[in-house]
Write a protein that binds this ligand. Structure first.
Ligand code: FAD
Length: 304
């Protein structure tokens, strides 16, 4: 009954049933837990999403929303009697306003696709989860995702201007930073798919920095490395990125990528500085001064 109703409203290939077809959707990145759903629907537009929600509501059927399924918390894992609402086909960048530094995108747009689309304007979308090549902006909002550059440029919540939300009845709500400060908009960032379907997102765009430099410093203890982080922050510098690795991480990363990390270091700090030539030069000189007294191993500097 439910499946028939869904098939009436969606293209045939957008309703998947049976173990063979639904198995690819049985888990997200937390693959230790798996469950195939009743069916998977892959709508092609918002109107179809609304129809799915109305049908599921009328049949009292749970809906589990899914972006790219890269989540590590089991949020997109189906319930046995649920419908998985996969939004990967809603992948259009609807508009770009380079002057206002805003873009309106559908929820299935991949994180990195936004930066690729606006690169020609000298802009990019700042939050950069390591999964950015695959994860969707809808999933990013639902998880309030961050990445290495979030120390300086903020999490998803700081980079979303407005969202269009669908309730389980298929009704539209628009939550905007302009209308209501951050109240409900902030609540939706990190709502893990439990409060509604994020159907459209207006993201803020950031000017691409003129220059970026990364400093790498090795230490003979994790404590010395952590102290260097404290010194950098104490000096009033907010690096674009600050990553610390212990001995195990250095060995694993070097074994895989062979980029020349010093294997004799017990801890490694990667400090990225970005901005104008003058800003980077000023911060770089401060950071190098701090690190050259704290780091016991070679300090090196390179392009980001
Ligand atoms: C290799 C790897 C690296 C990662 N690195 C990072 C990282 O650096 N930082 C970080 O924060 N995370 C990271 N993650 C976790 C994950 O990529 C993020 O949480 C990402 O935001 C999930 O996006 P997704 O499209 O895959 O969402 P999914 O996994 O499909 O869904 C995640 C949650 O959001 C809900 N959801 C998805 N789309 C919508 C929507 N349109 N409306 C309402 N709810 C929705 C789902 O129901 C689920 O609860 C990483 C994961 C992997 C596998």
């Amino acid at each position: 009954m439910l499946i028939q109703q869904l098939r009436k409203k969606l293209p045939q290939e957008s309703v998947l049933t049976g173990k063979e077809n639904t198995r690819p959707f049985e888990c997200d990145g937390l693959s230790v837990y798996r469950q195939t759903p009743l069916a998977v629907v892959l709508p092609e537009n918002i109107e179809q999403v609304k129809q799915v929600l109305k049908i599921c509501k009328a049949n009292n059927t749970p809906v589990v929303t899914r972006g790219a399924g890269t989540g590590l918390a089991g949020g997109a894992m189906p319930l046995s009697e649920s419908i998985v609402l996969g939004l990967s086909k809603l992948n259009k960048i609807k508009s770009i306003d380079a002057d206002k530094r805003l873009a309106v995108v559908e929820p299935g747009v991949r994180n990195i696709a936004i930066s690729e689309a606006v690169a020609g304007f000298g802009l990019y979308y700042a939050p950069d989860p390591s999964s950015q090549i695959a994860c969707t902006i809808g999933g990013n909002v639902a998880q309030n995702s961050g990445g290495v550059h979030c120390l300086k440029y903020g999490l998803t919540v700081h980079n979303v201007e407005a969202i269009k939300l669908l309730t389980i009845d298929g009704d539209e709500l628009v939550l905007s930073r302009q209308d209501e400060g951050l109240g409900l908009l902030a609540l939706m960032n990190g709502s893990e798919g439990l409060l509604g379907i994020i159907a459209e997102i207006t993201v803020k765009l950031t000017p691409t920095p003129e220059l970026a430099r990364v400093v790498m410093a090795g230490f003979d203890s994790v404590r010395a490395c952590a102290n260097a982080v404290a010194e950098i922050i104490k000096a009033g510098i907010i690096p674009a990125g600050l990553e610390m690795m212990d001995g195990f991480a250095i060995e694993a990363a070097e074994g895989f990528a062979q980029v020349g990390y010093p294997l004799d270091a017990k801890a490694l700090l990667l400090c990225e500085l970005d901005g104008t030539q003058a800003q980077v030069a000023a911060e770089l000189s401060q950071v190098l001064t701090i690190l050259s007294t704290a780091a016991t191993l070679k300090v090196s500097e390179s392009e980001a």
